[in-house]
Design a protein around this ligand. Structure first.
Ligand SMILES: Cc1cc2nc3c(=O)[nH]c(=O)nc-3n(C[C@H](O)[C@H](O)[C@H](O)COP(=O)(O)O)c2cc1C
Length: 380
């Protein structure tokens, strides 16, 4: 498998941790990177931070600034911006450059959350071809003369009648983006059904001058090789598959580099990973908030493993590291990784009509910045 080049960044394996709001903070990325090193011998992928809103960054919102925390040895530092406005995009990217906040800027044009699309943000935005192009161009301009590549992450389009990915891919490349990533669903599909990898193949045929990354439904190491073979994409972006399985990147890089896939961890090894995750979250957020964040991860980690309902309920309400340690010590460390823990986790949901601003579909060339769309939100 050849390495993946994204602008100045050369990745030893063509694997990207998908930005996930509320998940891919410094704690989770550190854990994934440590496990890739420990189990596959190197840290070679790209681990993207949870998204931050460009406006909130420019306004130095303390919560947003905290979200841009990177590990002391983290490289490359990859930051995702949610943005709807060329001017704010330029200011945010310039701030990243001037203050040396990151080594890579990704942009989120895939969010399907109704409160975002209703205002014209996220996955609704690429429909406005010229505005989309102006936003990409603004970020590229702000990073000119630096080694910081700008990339775009998007969906197939708004719905089956309004595909935007081919135009957006072509426009992003023309405006200087260093790669595009496609989640093989429309906004109206949200996270339901299966990702349509054939649209990743179409985008790859359409955009020939920059790498095209495929995203959607990679839940095991074999899925990544399959997506690359089926679509011809240059790399893969992995989201929900690593929830409760941060060692997945070791498996992915081993599989894609033709090495033996490491044996999945036993329950004893998983409890050590959970404890490390808990400590990293406590370092980042403080113990109280860290443990509240840890609760959802515990449910994902424990999937398919035996544990009595009392223990599960206790862990779902964990409030201190000492308590977490106490719960984890009650689990049988010899239990092997369960077969039925494979498959989708995290968001699924059902399809629905995409909420859009009035008249949004009337004029794809309109460059009016959608009002009120740069709100804080979560999702992609
Ligand atoms: C909890 C959660 C949060 C997400 N947050 C973001 C985000 O901040 N930015 C983004 O571009 N995509 C976000 N996404 C979308 C993922 O990056 C990814 O595109 C999607 O989950 C499909 O990939 P998967 O099938 O590997 O999960 C999020 C997804 C989930 C499940």
């Amino acid at each position: 498998m050849s390495p993946l080049r994204i602008g100045s960044l050369e990745l030893g394996s063509p694997v990207v941790l998908a930005p996930m709001a509320g998940i891919t903070n410094v704690a989770f990325r550190t854990l994934c990177r440590e496990l890739e090193l420990e189990r596959a011998g190197s840290t070679s992928g790209l681990y993207v931070c949870e998204m931050v809103t460009a406006r909130a960054l420019v306004e130095r919102h303390p919560v947003t600034m905290h979200m841009t925390t990177f590990g002391p040895t983290e490289t490359p530092r990859s930051l995702q911006l949610y943005t709807v406005d060329p001017e704010i995009t330029y200011a945010a990217a310039k701030m990243i450059v001037d203050e040396n906040l990151a080594d890579h800027i990704d942009m989120n044009f895939g969010c399907p959350v109704p409160k975002v699309t209703r205002k014209g943000g996220g996955s609704a935005l690429p429909y406005k071809r010229r505005l989309f192009g102006q936003i990409v161009a603004a970020a590229v301009k702000a990073t000119e003369g630096t080694d910081i590549p700008v990339t775009v992450k998007m969906r197939i389009g708004i719905d089956a009648e309004h595909h935007t990915h081919l135009d957006a891919g072509r426009i992003a490349a023309a405006e200087g983006a260093a790669a595009v990533a496609l989640h093989g669903r429309t906004a109206s599909q949200r996270y339901s059904g299966t990702a349509d990898w054939s649209e990743i193949a179409r985008l790859k045929e359409h955009v020939t001058d920059i790498p095209v990354l495929g995203n959607g439904d990679i839940f095991a190491a074999e899925d990544a090789a399959k997506m690359m073979a089926e679509t011809g994409c240059d790399g893969v972006v992995v989201g929900r598959g690593c929830l409760g399985r941060p060692w997945l990147f070791a498996e992915l890089s081993a599989a894609l580099n033709g090495n033996e896939i490491p044996v999945p961890p036993t329950l004893g090894e998983v409890t050590a990973i959970m404890l490390r995750h808990g400590r990293l979250l406590a370092d980042h957020h403080g113990e109280d908030r860290g443990m509240r964040e840890m609760r959802k991860h515990i449910a994902w980690y424990m999937r398919g493993f035996p544990a009595g309902s009392e223990l599960r309920n206790g862990m779902a309400r964990v409030s201190s590291l000492a308590e977490l340690e106490g719960f984890l010590s009650q689990l049988d460390p010899t239990v092997p990784f369960p077969k039925d823990a494979e498959g989708p986790r995290g968001r699924q949901g059902s399809p629905g009509t995409v909420a859009l601003p009035d008249g949004w579909l009337d004029d794809p060339e309109d460059t009016l910045v959608p009002a009120g769309a740069d709100i804080m939100h979560s999702g992609g």
